[in-house]
Write a protein that binds this ligand. Sequence first.
Ligand code: FAQ
Length: 330
Amino acid sequence: MYAQMVKTARVGVKPRDEMTEQERAFQDRVDANEKIEPKDWMPDDYRRTLIRQIGQHAHSEVVGQLPEGNWITRAPTLERKAILLAKVQDEAGRGLYLYSAAETLGVSRDELIELLHQGRMKYSSIFNYPTLTWADVGAIGWLVDGAAIMNQVHLQRTSYGPYARAMVRICKEESFHQRQGYDIMMKMAFGTPEQKAMAQDALNRFWYPSLMMFGPPDQDSVHTAQSMAWKIKVATNDELRQKFVDQTVPQIEYLGLTCPDPDIRLNEETGHYDFTPPDWSEFFAVLKGNGPCNKDRMKARITAWEDGAWVREGMLAHARKKAAATAAAE
Ligand code: FAQ
């Protein structure tokens, strides 16, 4: 059902005088900060936007395991390995409950996964970059989870109940993830000159891709206006990006590292850091499938899905057998 809806999302906010009575009543509930629940009436575009965003979020968690998974067998100590394993498992779990949140909107997990594999749904651009060294695992925890949490803290107040509730748990996990990343960076930055150089190199490569995670600039963001009006989003892409920069620059300084943006500086008047925006042509190229790892990521996901078919079939057969036995006993 969602597949037919994918390409038809409207752009811009519907003026109140063009709304039906039902749409006006819905908007009033959103404006009063009431949570919208699965069985409540909602405009088709609200449902569609949520399926897109929650589905994309779930795909990001699942694809996001791949760059870190690359380092589980090569973690420098047993303790680091156990921590990384736990983090990657958290991401799998979040994928599952985000798919479940999307399912409350009338789309199946299989359909979402099929759309991902067909290239008709996205996952976060950040996971199309490679993890070349152990310091990259630190940079992912610090910067990528740091950017994710900046967004997700706000999403705890999103208008759709099941998504907001999923975010509460995700944020708890995310703050642990971010701290483990910063802990790795501290070890590296305060370690040998070679370790410090690795930390700096990871920061250099992940800085701009992390800024891109927040999405295109507000003036180019197709969905922000309507999503803000419906309180699906409660802050804009640029607002969250600025908050992330403001939070992260002092952390870079504490580590004794150098921000790869030579023009970054605190603006005394605004109290915020002025910074050079990312190269948006790179962002849009990554979205079109032309990032460094897009093809590898999709290949890994599709192979995992196909290799796991026998497990899904076995579990379904077992569930059917159990249900039949229960029915026969009644
Ligand atoms: N990557 O109009 P907007 C994590 C697309 S979780 C790819 O501004 P919107 C945990 C967008 O879909 C990270 N595509 O869109 C972890 C739209 O395309 P469409 C994921 C992007 O939705 C850590 C078009 O560009 N978090 O990392 C991106 O209003 C470590 C126009 O953009 C979430 O998904 C992007 N970065 O705002 C796991 C949070 N940005 O569909 C493992 C929930 C934009 O029209 C390891 N999502 N696009 O063809 C959101 O908050 C929003 O969807 C935004 C984008 C802010 C990402």
